[in-house]
Ligand binder design. Sequence first.
Ligand SMILES: Cc1cc2nc3c(=O)[nH]c(=O)nc-3n(C[C@H](O)[C@H](O)[C@H](O)COP(=O)(O)OP(=O)(O)OC[C@H]3O[C@@H](n4cnc5c(N)ncnc54)[C@H](O)[C@@H]3O)c2cc1C
Length: 388
Amino acid sequence: MSATVVVIGAGLAGLNAARILHRHNVEVKVLEAGDRVGGRVATERFHGYLLDHGFQVINPQYAELQDTGIVKDLEIQNIPKGVEVIGERSTILVGDFRQDLRFIRDSISPKSGTIREKLKFLRYLIRNSEDISFGAAMQDCGRLYSEVLEPFLTGVVLSDPSEISNRMARELIHWFLRGNPGVPRGGVARLPELLARELSIQLSTTVRKIESTRVTTTVGKIDCDAVIIATDPISASLLLGKTPPHMNSSVTYYHAIDEGEIESSYLRVRKNSPVINSVVISNSAKDYAPAGKSLVATTTLAPLQRDELNGELKLIWHRDARRWEFLKEVRIPYSLPFHGAGQDLVQESRISDRLYLAGDWRATPSQQGALLSGRKAALAVIRDLSVA
Ligand SMILES: Cc1cc2nc3c(=O)[nH]c(=O)nc-3n(C[C@H](O)[C@H](O)[C@H](O)COP(=O)(O)OP(=O)(O)OC[C@H]3O[C@@H](n4cnc5c(N)ncnc54)[C@H](O)[C@@H]3O)c2cc1C
């Protein structure tokens, strides 16, 4: 098959689509508006610290990531699979006790829900039910939901988890239970960099218009046999003249502290706090901070005033954060697409003759979803062009 395919966007979806097309000997041109690959997966070097573009972890067990064959090269530095939940009166440590026996005590304690609530949750995990909101599906899970799942999952889906699709929530929890997430040596940007290593990518090239198989960019026109739009949902909707899906926003604050000031490597969450999680990321990934220092990443859904942030950090870490060195605030207004009940876990890639869509918003709002949508789009193109 001798064909040229244009892939618009070098995020995880576009890179995976391009990688698969390339492996099938299809000539592929990746056009990327930005000056780097990776889209929402990025890392900045800042005064010796590695600041990811928002706190983000990579689950090496994601099936789509396994399929790329790059997991070993990522050199994932694992973060313990547990969460410290700060309550009004006490802190509980819950997590996957198959990994660490320290999680058993609080995971079976009534503080994290009754036995009945936990059994209800287990039943939810193993049974496929109709796709209602996660909040409705968790109605019988009482304290387990309100004390543990809700505060933890807010940081995963970057919105109120009670409103998301329960099928999507189940998928995310399954991945969490199956894998051991962490961050690569060198920052999360290693993931798109490794995916891009065999590809030729035209950076700083924004696509303005798509007319059948002609693509107009800021630097000229390209004729091709098929087009995959693998941009973020807002840009895709602009190119297609459609209404964009709702996007959740997030802000991550980075602070430097002295090494050893906080020893915990766990993600900390506090119920009903505007801070959705905070973690001393360099306690798990040493290369994220220079010698003698540690890096704290704290995420919220909306910007906070500095005083409010410091007040919340005091409640979470029991430390005076006014003394910490403030490094940076990373605002991401369009972090994750909202995935509501009734939305398919993966949508059709082909939207018209020779035009295909990929991106996390076409599957689940995750790296797994983005990679999967890219693979599906590439395989649909290969199938259609071979029979054309
Ligand atoms: C703060 C944060 C935390 C996250 N945490 C996790 C996590 O822990 N685990 C997890 O699995 N997932 C997480 N995710 C989700 C995951 O990062 C995304 O789902 C995934 O990266 C989306 O990839 P994508 O290729 O669909 O889109 P994008 O990454 O948005 O890529 C789209 C690309 O298209 C380019 N583009 C846009 N318009 C044009 C145009 N007109 N012409 C050319 N190029 C264009 C953009 O510049 C961009 O590079 C997180 C996301 C964020 C923001």
